[in-house]
Design a binder for this molecule. Structure first.
Ligand code: F6R
Ligand code: ZN
Length: 190
């Protein structure tokens, strides 16, 4: 039988007091994801940097359960493009997700199979509802701070990374001429 449980997110580190899985994604795991492939190869040759991490609380991946955890995207750029998660659709497309931003600055890039796109800014205190059918990727736009979000979603959702790996997102988040961030069209998406 399951009993209710609690955990804490002690500030300022925001690493959950209970962690069942810790996933690390380094530059080498992001092959083909960044626009500037030359900059990617150069950076990888120098250092296989840690791009983002996920701390998960494990639950059975069945209908009725929820999965939750913390996602941390570290600051950095490949060429002009900010560090980001791989991004995915949920395998069960009709499943939503909630993100709550705890620290840092960034955005969530989203799109759906119907051809709609949306980029929402994330700052501490922002709650983002990603409806069913929307692929999502978090991007850290700060130069020095991690982007830390908490996520909650149906445990049976599953992840489809392949669609995004093949096509990329139609919008990219890059450094602007003034040193801030801007959203541009992905030239690889026709
Ligand atoms: C789960 C979810 C997040 C991401 C995490 C890492 O559905 O959206 O937990 O899994 O932010 O991003 P990905 O999975 O795209 O590598
Ligand atoms: Zn998701």
């Amino acid at each position: 039988m399951d009993f209710p449980f609690i955990f804490t997110l002690p500030m300022p580190q925001v690493i959950p007091s209970r962690v069942d899985n810790h996933i690390e994604r380094r530059l080498s795991a992001m092959q083909g994801q960044f626009l500037d492939q030359e900059a990617y190869a150069e950076m990888l040759a120098r250092d296989d940097r840690l791009v983002y991490e996920v701390y998960e609380i494990e639950r059975p991946e069945v209908e009725g359960e929820m999965l939750m955890g913390i996602s941390i995207v570290h600051p950095g750029k490949v060429g002009k493009e900010f560090f980001m998660t791989k991004g995915h659709y949920h395998s069960i497309l009709e499943t939503a997700e909630i993100y709550y931003c705890l620290r840092g600055e960034g955005c969530m890039v989203m799109e759906n199979p119907e051809g709609y796109m949306c980029v929402e800014t994330l700052v501490p205190g922002t709650v983002l509802y990603v409806p069913p059918r929307w692929a999502h990727r978090s991007v850290c736009t700060s130069r020095q701070d991690d982007l830390v979000t908490m996520f909650i979603y149906p445990a049976n959702a599953g992840h489809d990374y392949g669609t995004i790996e093949r096509q990329g997102f139609r919008k990219l988040v890059v450094e602007s001429a003034s040193g801030g961030s801007e959203v541009i069209d992905n030239p690889r998406c026709k």
